[in-house]
Design a binder for this molecule. Structure first.
Ligand SMILES: [Fe+2]
Ligand SMILES: [Fe+2]
Length: 280
C-alpha cells in the first residue's frame, strides 16, 4: 500500500524526442522514484519509468523539480502518469492541468479497485470520479472556460464542440458502469473504455488544447477565468455514493431497458447463427 507519491518536473534528454511530452510532470510512487534514483549514475537524471515515454522507450529524464506528496496510509498504489506540460506554475491553465492530475489519481484508485474486484470500493471511487468530472469538466470547462475561449479565439467554437462531445462520451460510460454495478456487475469493457477515453481526453487537453491557448490569453482573461472557476467551485455540491442496492424508479426503468436490449441483442445473434450455420 502506498504512503507517498512524487511529482517530477522533467525534461526528456533524448536528442531526437519528437513528441510534445518533451517536458512535463510525471507522478510516481515514492518507492519507484527512490528506485529510479538509486539505479541512476547522475543524481538529477533518471530513466523514465515504463509507460511515460509516448514512443515506448525508457528515456533519460533530467529532473527539474521534485515534490513529494503524502498520501493516506491506506491509499491505493498509483500507476506512473505524465501530464501538465505547462510552463506556468499558476494561473487558470495550470490550475486546470493540476485538476487533471487529481483526476488521474482518482483513475489510479479505480484501477486498483478493479484489480482487487471490490465492487463496494468501486461504487465509492467512481462517484468520487463523477464528482470531480462534474465540477472540472462540466462546471468549470464547459460553463466557464469554453465560453470565454470561444469569445477570444477564432477556433474556440470548434475546439469547444470536440471537448464537450468527449465529456458526454466519458460521463455516459461512467454512468453505464455504475448502473451495471447496481445489477451486481463489474463491467470491465465499459470501465476500460471510459479509462482509455478519459486519459486520451486529458492528454489532448494538456498537450494540444490548453498548450495552444496558454500563450494567447491576456491578464484580464486570466482573471475572468480564475474568478469564474472559483465561483463554480464554491457553488458545487458533491453527490454521495448512496446505497448501491437501492434503485430509484428511473434507475429501475433503465435497468429494465438494458435487460430488454441485451435479450434483443442475444436474439439477433442467435438468429444470425441459425442463418449461417456458423458454430462460433
Ligand atoms: Fe479537463
Ligand atoms: Fe475536458
Amino acid at each position: 500500500m502506498s504512503s507517498s507519491t512524487v511529482d517530477i518536473k522533467y525534461r526528456c534528454l533524448h536528442p531526437s524526442c519528437c513528441v510534445n511530452c518533451r517536458e512535463g510532470l510525471i507522478t510516481v510512487e515514492a518507492e519507484l522514484f527512490d528506485r529510479l534514483i538509486a539505479e541512476s549514475a547522475e543524481k538529477d537524471v533518471i530513466k523514465s519509468p515504463k509507460g511515460a515515454c509516448r514512443l515506448g522507450f525508457r528515456q533519460p529524464y533530467k529532473i527539474i523539480k521534485v515534490e513529494r506528496q503524502e498520501a493516506p496510509a491506506d491509499a491505493a498504489p498509483i500507476q506512473p502518469y505524465v501530464t501538465s506540460p505547462t510552463k506556468a506554475d499558476e494561473g487558470p491553465i495550470a490550475l486546470l492541468m493540476a485538476e487533471h492530475r487529481d483526476i488521474l489519481k482518482l483513475l489510479s484508485v479505480i484501477e486498483e479497485h478493479l484489480r482487487i474486484r471490490d465492487i463496494d470500493a468501486l461504487w465509492v471511487s467512481t462517484v468520487d470520479l463523477e464528482n470531480a468530472l462534474n465540477l472540472h469538466s462540466g462546471r468549470k470547462e464547459e460553463d466557464v472556460v469554453l465560453p470565454i475561449l470561444s469569445e477570444i479565439l477564432p477556433f474556440g467554437d470548434g475546439l469547444g464542440a470536440i471537448v464537450k462531445e468527449e465529456h458526454r462520451e466519458i460521463v455516459s460510460l461512467l454512468h453505464a458502469f455504475r448502473a451495471a454495478m447496481q445489477d451486481g456487475d463489474i463491467n470491465d469493457g465499459i470501465i476500460r473504455s471510459m479509462i482509455v477515453s478519459l486519459k486520451s481526453h486529458i492528454r489532448k487537453e494538456d498537450y494540444e488544447f490548453f498548450s495552444l491557448v496558454e500563450g494567447r490569453i491576456d491578464e484580464e482573461t486570466k482573471h475572468r477565468l480564475l474568478a469564474g472557476m472559483a465561483e463554480a467551485e464554491a457553488a458545487f455540491v458533491k453527490a454521495v455514493p448512496g446505497d448501491r442496492a437501492i434503485k430509484t424508479d428511473a434507475q429501475k426503468a433503465a435497468a429494465t431497458r438494458r435487460g430488454a436490449y441485451y435479450d434483443e441483442m442475444m436474439d439477433v445473434r442467435s438468429l444470425a447463427k441459425a442463418d449461417t450455420g456458423c458454430c462460433h
